[in-house]
Design a protein around this ligand. Sequence first.
Ligand code: MN
Length: 232
Amino acid sequence: MSFLFAPAALPVLPVDGETNLYFPIHRIYGVARNYAAVNATLGEKTPPSIFLKPADAAVYAASDNTLELEFPCATDDLQHEIELVVAIGKAGRNIPVEEAMNYVWGYAAGLDLTRRDLQRANSAKGQPWDTAKAFDESAPMTAVKPACRTPDNEPMNIWLYVNNEKRQEGTTAEMIMPVPEIISYLSTLYELKPGDLIMTGTPAGIGTIHPGDVLEGGVQGVGVLKIKFKGV
Ligand code: MN
């Protein structure tokens, strides 16, 4: 088989604690409005909704290094959403809630970067969220940590600092749709595949990012990321 041009590199995240072992990314699903406090901030009272980001929106942010990113184009209101990311390791359709955790291979911490101005405009016109959610480098993430090395059945703290000021704080216990229900629900809409990543929603404190800002956030027991947006 030959290709017309070089195929794009397979999007991957490293496996935490391993050398030269990678989690190959299939798709990135997102759950919106999954924390009540954020629903209130956005004036929403709708149940959690699903969107996708392309697999190559993921960009690896190492815990021991500051990742420098270009400030995204086409927005005057880039916003941060720090989230628990669930990494799927097994294919499944119509997965019962009680079996859902068997499909989890591991976890990461991720930022669901959002062009909020475009999201508002798209929502007002009844248009899809793609330009708001699915842009280049819109999903910085830590390495994937195997589930067997993360705390089991305990709420995880989630936090984000911007320029050393705390902006976001919450726990996974505040999710409207908890992880097993998300997996079960998604599997009624799509066949889940190994390599799928699910961004599970963000706690209170979402806000605007400016060029030059430094973000540090994470999920307890899972990972920490540090990002600096280049100035203008
Ligand atoms: Mn989000």
